[in-house]
Write a protein that binds this ligand. Structure first.
Ligand SMILES: [Zn+2]
Length: 434
């Protein structure tokens, strides 16, 4: 096993003064002699911190969807080393932007783990109930994976997100330091660096990597390549089954891939594979990727664009939040439960918006189907009787003659409206034809 790196709680102020007298210009980062390949960029947390203040931040932040508490703190800690600001860079009250590494390196947040795994190469952060013998946290680093442990029995760890109080230790600041080891940095002699070997209780400044840290990660992974894929925004709907559009740049016209936070790993303590969608076409000169949001396998967190080739080809992370399924049965459909073959039958739609397109769908089953991410109750196949626009009161009445061949059959009817790409639907009516 590799040597354990410690973040010692020393007399930090004394060390700071002594070091400064040596001259800052002579000080700087050091490396451990490896870099993490693209297969080892995943990071997960087994959140077994046992102090209440380690998980008392219950406020979600829109730039960091799906996580709170120690998990959110550790996600932000690692992503500070990313190539570019995550989303709009916001989410930490103590620093302007999160994601300041500027190197060909991006962490792949992959959510929760059920344990720390066997061995120490599962790329998991956890907090064993042990005393650190003076150390706050440590990292087992290697090019084949790593393990970060917090000495949960010796210190009170706090999840922020604001400044924390002495003698608490900041999960995000300590986590940023330890993740620096995981990606291949040794301790820096520069007292302003996150990779400086000591941290004061109550300090949060190490969340924000210094120029020296930035120089360090760039020396390992190279300065961020201009051809690295990037994401500006996500349009469309992110509801399962819907079409979402990733806008950005440097996408591959024929083989762009999307890497997401996987929900297949949450009950596991090994593996780190992101949820992947491959072989996607990019349009608009490599600036747009349209894809159907899968109904399972991924969860809230981050999306990255990956293109083929070397280490600059895994793009920056961007917030990804699965959209809510559109509400159903917002329309009301009324009609008889029994119809007569060869005679007219009328149904009435109400509760719709005025002057929107509406129709009546009919089918022999209620097995469900989806259009544009909206779930309808009727099964396949179904037919749609289109009826123009609803009136000023948001209503419509449809009268049709039931064909003779419908005798003895059972239909299911559902109303549908479509307005500016938004679908609504109704309750289902069962109609037996006599
Ligand atoms: Zn250290």
């Amino acid at each position: 096993m590799r040597s354990i790196l410690k973040l010692s709680l020393g007399s930090a102020l004394l060390l700071l003064v002594t070091s400064m007298s040596m001259g800052v210009d002579a000080l700087g980062y050091a490396t451990l002699g490896f870099s993490l390949p693209l297969t080892q960029r995943d990071i997960r947390i087994n959140n077994n911190f046992d102090d209440a203040i380690a998980n008392n931040n219950l406020s979600t932040h829109p730039n960091w969807p799906g996580y709170v508490g120690a998990e959110l703190a550790m996600w932000k800690a690692a992503y500070e080393w990313g190539s570019s600001p995550f989303g709009d860079g916001s989410g930490d009250p103590t620093q302007l932007l999160i994601g300041e590494g500027g190197a060909n390196f991006n962490p792949l947040w992959n959510g929760s783990a059920s344990g720390s795994g066997s061995g120490w190469r599962n790329n998991i952060v956890h907090a064993p109930n042990v005393s650190g013998g003076g150390a706050i946290a440590w990292t087992y680093p290697s090019a084949d994976g790593w393990l970060i442990e917090f000495a949960d029995n010796s210190f009170e760890f706090a999840d922020g997100p604001d400044d924390i109080a002495y003698p608490e230790m900041d999960i995000q600041a300590v986590g940023a330091h330890e993740y620096g080891h995981a990606l291949g940095l040794d301790h820096s002699t520069n007292p302003t660096a996150t990779m400086y070997p000591t941290i004061a209780a109550g300090s949060t400044i190490e969340r924000n990597i210094a120029t020296d840290d930035r120089n360090g990660i760039q020396s390992i992974y190279g300065v961020k390549d201009a051809a690295m894929p990037y994401i500006d925004s996500i349009l469309g709907s992110t509801a399962p089954g819907a079409t979402a559009i990733i806008l950005g740049g440097n996408f591959d016209a024929n083989d762009s891939r999307l890497w997401f936070n996987s929900d297949l790993l949450n009950d596991k303590d090994s593996g780190g594979e992101p949820f992947k969608i491959s072989n996607l076409a990019a349009t608009g000169g490599g600036t747009q990727i349209a894809f159907t949001v899968p109904s399972s396998g991924l969860e809230d967190g981050a999306v990255h664009v990956k293109i083929s080739g070397g280490k600059h080809t895994l793009g920056e992370g961007h917030p990804f939040e699965l959209g809510a399924m559109p509400p159903t049965d917002t329309l009301q459909l009324q009609g008889p439960a029994i119809g007569y073959a060869g005679q007219n039958v009328s149904v009435r739609v109400s509760n719709a918006r005025p002057s929107v397109y509406y129709g009546i769908q009919y089918s022999f089953s209620t097995n469900g189907h989806a259009i544009g991410g909206h779930l309808f109750d009727l099964g396949l196949p179904y037919w749609t009787d289109r009826n123009g626009l609803t009136n000023a009161a948001g209503e419509g009445i449809v009268t049709r003659r039931l064909p003779g061949a419908s005798l003895g059959k059972t239909f299911y009817l559902e109303a549908i409206t479509l307005d500016n790409g938004v679908y609504e639907d109704s309750n289902v009516i069962r109609m037996d034809v006599h």
